[in-house]
Ligand binder design. Structure first.
Ligand code: ZN
Length: 179
């Protein structure tokens, strides 16, 4: 298959063996035909906590995982995108809002999911919001109205608990082993 960049997808090539690469100690999945190394680098997620009049914007997910549950706007980074650009794009896609990022507040590592997540504090610039196709509903919640039992992921409840009392030293780095 030929892509616009002229890149050929060698979908039938790989025949993996486990072996050491360069001077590394651990064994990795390496294609014995083309030498491709399957490094399994973490995926990167980026998102924002949009606060307005002391209320927090949450979205009800229209996709799995976490269908029908609440989260703040976030998603996977696109190719060559910065975490800041990704957070702004996700807010636009999920709730049709323009945001201005204020600061990076949390960096998560979800070890089991092999995923890193950036969370920014953000300001809502335009007046309105409207759920996008990946969102069933969107709403600004008072802190004491947060639907704690219907949050999409453990990382969402962690972030929302943390912002109840923001520490001086930001960002917070945190690892999840089970998420
Ligand atoms: Zn190969």
């Amino acid at each position: 298959m030929l892509f616009s960049g002229g890149q050929v997808l060698r979908s039938n090539c790989h025949q993996f063996v486990f072996k050491k690469v360069d001077l590394e100690k651990k064994r990795r999945k390496v294609c014995k035909k083309c030498g491709f190394v399957d490094y399994k680098n973490p995926k990167i997620v980026t998102g924002s906590l949009v606060i307005k009049n002391k209320k927090i914007l949450l979205c009800k997910r229209a996709i799995s995982p976490g269908y029908g549950k609440w989260t703040f706007p976030s998603g996977y980074l696109d190719k060559s995108e910065t975490p800041e650009e990704g957070a702004v794009r996700e807010a636009q896609e999920e709730v049709n809002i323009k945001i201005k990022l204020q600061k990076l507040i949390i960096v998560f590592t979800a070890r089991k999911k092999n995923l890193i997540q950036f969370v920014f504090l953000a300001k809502h610039l335009n007046k309105t919001f409207k759920p996008g196709i990946e969102t069933l509903d969107a709403k600004y919640f008072d802190y004491n109205e947060i639907p704690w039992k219907s949050l999409a992921f453990p990382s969402v409840s962690y972030v929302l608990k943390k912002i109840g009392k923001l520490p001086q030293n930001l960002p917070i780095f945190h690892s999840f082993n089970k998420d």
